[in-house]
Design a protein around this ligand. Structure first.
Ligand SMILES: C[S@@+](CC[C@H](N)C(=O)[O-])C[C@H]1O[C@@H](n2cnc3c(N)ncnc32)[C@H](O)[C@@H]1O
Length: 222
């Protein structure tokens, strides 16, 4: 992959956003990794430890629960959900991301596929016991953030759980950032969309304390 230049990266993303093509650039990030998942600059290459802790408490071994990973990137979180017994669908709008996953996990039980959160297969509607979102809303601008949130909620079956991991910011700050972290008002949109908040954590990342995060768990109770 070419050297990551944060200034050029932000200019490129802003350019797509100004053309109202906010998802047009993701494929280029993964295809520039040239088949090497290690070269995707935002990939941690390990599952989110907060997700793993939640799965420890809520495994699906023997229970045929269905989970979906939104904007799955290079697949670490999707694989963790499968390890804890979920039947996992993992999708990304970037076909080059899905190709990396399929190459990386040759014997996987996860169903990796190319799909768009804004136009997903209709059989997914209300179809999942566990919906997992990590860092997708924050890379989308304006109205697309709300549409993404509502689409995520619409994937959730009755009594299903939705987990959200994202960067956070104080309201009124960083409003031109790329990615744009979520403020409390935005993430509370999951509650306004009808879900019950089961837990909420605001924390600083051990590796980069200058980048605060949210980790939250919601449930569709009715
Ligand atoms: C910042 S990356 C995060 C990837 C992964 N979740 C992680 O935490 O490493 C955001 C991901 O969302 C995907 N994405 C963005 N918009 C999408 C959409 N409308 N439908 C599906 N995937 C989307 C991008 O291709 C990208 O892989």
């Amino acid at each position: 992959m070419k050297e990551f230049d944060p200034v050029k990266y932000r200019e490129m993303v802003r350019d797509y956003q100004e053309r109202d093509d906010p998802t047009g650039w993701f494929d280029g990030i993964y295809s520039s990794a040239e088949g090497d998942h290690n070269a995707v600059f935002w990939a941690d290459l390990a599952p989110n430890p907060y997700l793993v802790d939640w799965l420890e408490e809520h495994p699906a071994i023997g229970s045929k629960k269905k989970a979906i990973a939104i904007g799955c990137g290079v697949g670490d979180d999707a694989e963790a959900m499968a390890t804890y017994g979920y039947e996992v669908t993992a999708f990304d709008i970037a076909s080059s991301a899905i190709a990396l996953c399929q190459n990386r996990y040759k014997d996987t039980n996860v169903d990796y596929l190319v799909a768009d959160l804004f136009n997903y297969p209709e059989e997914w509607f209300l179809g999942f016991d566990l919906v997992y979102e990590c860092n997708t809303i924050q890379v989308l601008p304006g109205k697309y953030r709300i549409q993404a949130r509502d689409a995520m909620v619409s994937l959730l079956a009755g009594q299903g759980d939705l987990l959200v991991s994202c960067r956070s910011r104080l309201t009124g700050e960083q409003e031109d950032d790329i990615p744009l972290p979520l403020d409390r008002q935005e993430i509370d949109g999951f509650i306004r969309a009808g879900l019950t908040e089961k837990s909420f954590l605001a924390y600083d990342d051990d590796q980069d304390p200058s980048v605060p995060h949210y980790w939250s768990w919601y449930k569709r109770e009715s």
